[in-house]
Design a protein around this ligand. Structure first.
Ligand code: CP3
Length: 346
């Protein structure tokens, strides 16, 4: 669990090894662009039910591995199972995204649990167990959680918004309540990642998808420090735990996340210049990314040029190939096949 399995290229890359071909996986690789995903998804009454049904969640985790032979499987679940397990009402409306009963002040926060209802999350840990035993020996297994800031933005707004203004306003207007919410999310997220690692994932990724809307004065406090606190807690419990942080949209601020002791890899979003990142990131940090999901959707020259630019920029340093954000539902499966082949030198 903690020492690198020499047969898994992704773990070797996270240990700082430079491999002949960068290992590859894609954010949202289990998803609607796959016909076999859509078919199984249609059999579940709701997205959350789907996430909490181990047999189905394990199956969709494995689908992209069978089809493309990616170097890692990512647990099929969602970052919003954490608010769900804190007792907040969470649902997913088809075509509209997540809906939560918004937290508008101290009273709403007091109505939530202090700790996760692990009974609610038991199916997730069972999914991990099922996937773990079914994965090929060379395939790494990634668990995840949302970073506290990103999860808080959904808990406060009750939905996705273009700029997460509700959470930013909340943090200014009710700083004490906001700090309490963030402290609770740090605790429970660390606990949740530890549970995932104990259940059998090899690596965990912390998604701070909304780091980029934080005002610069708050970046350290609400992006870097909470992630640092989680990393410390996880590694205090599981020494050597491998952790990737993905602070999306923070630009050069990602270097502050890369500096967190215990972070092995940093996810780069589409706005990051690969040649800059290859030089600016510490040599011990593995860069992960960062093809534009729209280039993958478009295919052709845009795709090939995008792939080659990234491969040449990161040649000679530890790198995991990925997208800069999640794969888009209309992406043709053949483009993904082409991507994997090209990254592997074919
Ligand atoms: O990457 C994977 O394949 C693993 C599964 C995974 C999902 N969500 C499945 C999902 C992971 C790692 C996530 C993370 C997640 N969820 C993030 C962080 C990464 C990011 O994309 O920025 C966020 C912000 C969420 C919250 C969330 N979940 C939103 C905003 C939405 C709606 C948008 C959409 O694509 O529909 C979801 C739903 C969701 N999570 C789907 C999937 C496959 C689509 C729902 C469906 O298939 O019915």
């Amino acid at each position: 669990m903690t020492s690198s399995d020499p047969t898994k290229p992704l773990l070797r890359a996270l240990d700082g090894e430079v491999l002949p071909h960068a290992p590859i996986w894609l954010m949202r690789q289990a998803g609607r662009y796959l016909p076999e995903y859509r078919e199984l998804r249609a059999s579940a009454p709701s997205f959350l039910d789907f996430c909490y049904t181990p047999q189905k969640a394990a199956e969709v985790t494995l689908q992209p591995i069978r089809r493309f032979g990616f170097d890692a499987a990512i647990l099929f679940s969602d970052i919003l199972v954490v608010p769900d397990a804190l007792g907040q009402k969470v649902s997913f409306e088809t075509g509209e995204g997540p809906r939560l009963d918004p937290i508008s002040g101290a009273h709403d926060l007091a109505g939530l649990r202090d700790t996760l209802d692990m009974g609610r999350l038991a199916p997730v840990l069972e999914t991990i167990d099922r996937v773990r035993t079914a994965l090929p020996a060379q395939t790494a297994f990634i668990g995840f959680c949302g970073a506290p800031w990103t999860v808080a933005t959904y808990m406060i707004a009750g939905r996705g918004t273009p700029d997460q203004a509700p959470a930013r306003l909340f943090a200014y207007r009710q700083p004490d309540v906001f700090a309490m919410l963030m402290a609770r999310l740090v605790e429970v997220s660390a606990h949740y990642l530890i549970a995932q690692l104990r259940a059998g994932v090899d690596v965990v990724q912390i998604f701070d998808s909304w780091a980029g809307v934080l005002p610069i004065a708050e970046y350290e406090k609400w992006c870097v420090e909470p992630i640092r606190a989680i990393v410390q807690k996880v590694r205090a419990d599981i020494p050597g735990a491998k952790i990737i942080a993905f602070p999306r949209g923070g630009g050069a601020q990602l270097l502050r996340v890369a500096d967190i002791d215990g972070v092995a890899g940093v996810g780069l979003d589409t706005s990051v210049e690969p040649a800059w990142a290859a030089k600016a990131l510490p040599a011990t940090i593995t860069a992960q990314g960062n093809l534009d999901p729209l280039a993958l959707l478009a295919g052709g020259a845009a795709l090939d040029e995008g792939i080659d630019r990234i491969l040449s920029a990161f040649a000679g340093r530890p790198h995991i190939f990925n997208l800069g954000h999640g794969i888009l539902p209309p992406t043709p499966v053949e483009h993904v096949e082409h991507l994997v082949k090209r990254v592997r030198g074919g």
